[in-house]
Design a protein around this ligand. Sequence first.
Ligand code: UDP
Ligand code: MG
Length: 162
Amino acid sequence: MIEQTLILIKPDGVQRALIGKILSRFEDAGLKIIGMKMQWVDEEFAEKHYKDIKERYDEKIFNNLSEYIREGPVLAIVLEGVSAIPIVRKMVGSTYPSEAQPGTIRGDYSHISKEHANKHNKKVGNLIHASADEKDAKHEINLWFTKEELHTYTRTDEFHLV
Ligand code: UDP
Ligand code: MG
């Protein structure tokens, strides 16, 4: 099934100048970019985007995450493709870079562990966000993009079903 999913290149990904490298992975895999914008997140928007984090974790993790996502501009992208939601999650890798497999974005461009970050009171920089499931993808795409900001076009390689 053709799905749409939202990714964010988080402030550390933007500031480490990894936008091109990260996006080319998705483009190379045949995923189609149908929307893209750079934006600063404010507290209210962070709360909306990460609406279940307080329940899934706690207030402290949410506050850290909210601070992290507001450190600089983020790049929001909607990707479209066959089973795009799970495929993109697979390409992104595990939440903690120390546990993310080589070959994944988090595994290839970061290595920090949760323990090390906690010990030094630093945030876990894991570069990228990706919608977890269909429900989240719908919520997040609606939150970040209007209908007019999402585009329909044909990639030249669609003939070969990449
Ligand atoms: N996070 C964190 N410490 C934690 C759990 C989560 O810093 O113990 C941050 C991390 O940046 C993560 C985000 O919160 O990417 C959202 O958490 P989630 O469990 O949804 O992980 P993801 O879906 O991003 O892998
Ligand atoms: Mg998540």
